[in-house]
Design a protein around this ligand. Structure first.
Ligand SMILES: [Zn+2]
Length: 208
């Protein structure tokens, strides 16, 4: 499956509720991970009226929906020109899976409750990535995805179409939350990814 690039986008018309209920086996069109049903189709990769029906996982939906009401709790801007948004999402997913696997909360504000083997490395990796918010503030004046979304809305359609070039190495750092209404469903999302990985490993060992 050829993966599509992720461009920071805002979609004020997006209702957020895809109406899907069943878990989907579809791979995310942007990172290839199991998409689940949380973000669903209806992301806005191109802006304007262009919308596709391919699946997006929650981490890949976030940067394309800066209009989400609680986006500032879900993510922060970071300057990471050396890594694509999809690669950042894949990295953060692995960090979140590993953190949850040892019984800790995945969101960035959580304090680890116990000393587990490998947690120090995970904490360090997450902290190093989080430090890249400061260069984002230096370049665009904010680490708030919401403020960036509002700024994108002010652009002309010509400038908006060029936002990938204008924003350069600006990325959206997922903070380990994904809200549906008032409810943070991200722990459920990570559990789904863990189960999917375990199922894939079982299939692979059975095939060998
Ligand atoms: Zn994805």
């Amino acid at each position: 499956m050829a993966l599509q690039a992720i461009t920071l986008s805002v979609d004020p018309a997006f209702a957020g509720d895809t109406g899907q209920s069943a878990l989907s086996d579809a791979g995310c069109a942007f990172c290839g991970a199991p998409a689940g049903h949380w973000a669903g189709p209806g992301y806005l990769p191109c802006g304007g009226s262009v919308r596709t029906v391919a699946a997006a996982c929650p981490l890949c939906a976030l940067p394309q929906h800066l209009e989400r009401p609680r986006i500032d709790e879900e993510a922060a801007l970071a300057w990471l020109p050396e890594i694509s948004q999809a690669a950042l999402n894949a990295t953060m997913r692995e960090i979140h899976i590993a953190i949850q696997a040892v019984g800790e909360d995945v969101h960035a504000d959580a304090v680890f409750r116990k000393r587990s083997a490998g947690l120090g490395t995970l904490y360090y990796a997450r902290a190093v990535l989080a430090q890249r918010s400061a260069p984002a503030v230096a370049r665009v004046g904010t680490a708030s995805p919401r403020e960036l979304g509002l700024a994108l809305l002010e652009l002309s359609s010509v400038a908006y179409a060029r936002r990938a070039q204008l924003l350069g190495g600006l990325r959206l750092m997922p903070l380990g939350r994904f809200f549906q209404g008032e409810h943070d469903v991200y722990p459920e999302v990570v559990r789904f990814w863990r189960d999917s990985a375990a199922t894939a490993a079982t299939r692979l060992s059975g095939a060998l």
